[in-house]
Ligand binder design. Sequence first.
Ligand SMILES: [Zn+2]
Length: 556
Amino acid sequence: MQTADTILMGNVLVLDRPGSTAEAIAIADGKILQTGSRDAMAALRGPSTWVHDFKTSTLIPGFNDSHAHSDSLGLKTIRSTLEDARSIADVQQRIREIASGKKPGEWIVTMPIGEPPFYWNADSFLSDGRLPTRHDLDEAAPDNPVCIASPSGYWGEPPCFTVLNSLALKLNGIDRATKPKVDGVEILHDHAGEPTGIIVERNYTRMAEPDLLPAVPRFTPEDRVEGLRRSLAMYHDKGTTSVYEGHGCAPDVISAFRQLHETGELTLRSGLVVSPAWVGTSEAEYAMRHWLPWARGRGLGDDMLRISGVFVGYGGNPQFKDLLKKDIGDLGWGGGLASVNSPSDFEELCMLAGKYNLRLHTLASDKLHEVVPILERVAQHYPIGQRRWVVEHISKASPRDIASLKAMGVAVTLIPAHYLWKVGHTFANLSDEQLDLLSPARELAELGVPVSAATDAVPNDPLFCMWVMLARQDRRSGKIMGPRGVLDSDTALRMLTVNGSYLTFEEDRKGPLLPGYYADIAVLSGNPLSASPEGLLDIRCQATMVGGRWVHGDPA
Ligand SMILES: [Zn+2]
């Protein structure tokens, strides 16, 4: 009989079926050897077996964050932070310190003003009751161009703000006559009509940079590798062992994952999707036919890094399209290239993806009622369910659309914290019945649609996401957003752990703590199945294991 390398004891949630628990897990060669009682596991003990008793802690399958943005979290630590600044004087002091380490003319680009991870209400956050202006920044760093960068609108909620000093305005060619090319971006002016240095962004997609700020340094490929390196630790710290990046990844981002995998540093099982840089449907067909055959089906890769399928966006502001293509090297905070497609182009791209057997991922947001009929037409020609096409970011949904997703067999990933908690108040006009189907985890689960839940990285905490699915509370009013949609703990925890393996065709080897499955485990300070919804917020991840190796909180 094979003996175990490691035996872990504690309160084990197997998550293969409701109520399945154990007292211990035996692990060999990175996989689960057996799960059962302490006595039964003791029989698998050999002379070199390492045994650890976690006592009252709970061991669960590692979290699989199915829409994680794992590349961007660490990037937020690359630029200097202003998070401790509470006044304009604090901001100036911080900029002065940064400038003292720079040569004249060197760029200073900082993180936004406000409190991470949301950076809400940056314009009233400082004790002065306003943002700094170009003149405030000039005082701190007259000889360096300064840019206080805007967060992504998806982190918190627009409006978001960029602040530039005079030199930075000049280098970007912004003067009193400059006008933004796209809606939703505004250059603020003083009484004399001169730019104050503040640029307001009201779009979720970050347009101020491609529109107005060509001179502000972008993240380099090296920044992206270092950002990803830091991200890994930040995800393991939350008990996350796998991610799926269904929003698509641009070549630079895929390359960063590849590099860390090659050096053995990639400890997060990563499923990536290609975010293509094609212009128009004829270029798309060329790419699908001649360049992307390797991304068909399960794609290429191994148990740590796998790349398959394509991301194709639906809708979006057509004004953005040309601008984004011009600044294609700039991915900003997102891992994918922003993709703007008219409904007819989207349908054509779907048909092409069907024809060339590429698994398609798209973001529905509040347009599920427009996306579903298109997918229905594609499904008449191609087996999109069998190929596991994915619909992400669903906000509003109707019973008809949900039934259609089930009939087509497509998979769904949800980001409950964004729609229910963060921007729940924007759905105030929905009826009670419609609210029950906002981010419709329960409805989808009851119908048997393959559905998993994700953090969208804001914050990257699966237990917070689980709390949202159980509480469904709008952050502003505390209102319960559709009581009928409230999920039970068991279903919610599955959506955040075992369900995600369907997205990478790994449900036979990743997920529940069963023999032969990867030894991917999160050790939690409390039991998320018996905790109250609020109690989930007090649970901490004490240790994380990927493939039998400790990647966080090594108890040895
Ligand atoms: Zn996202």
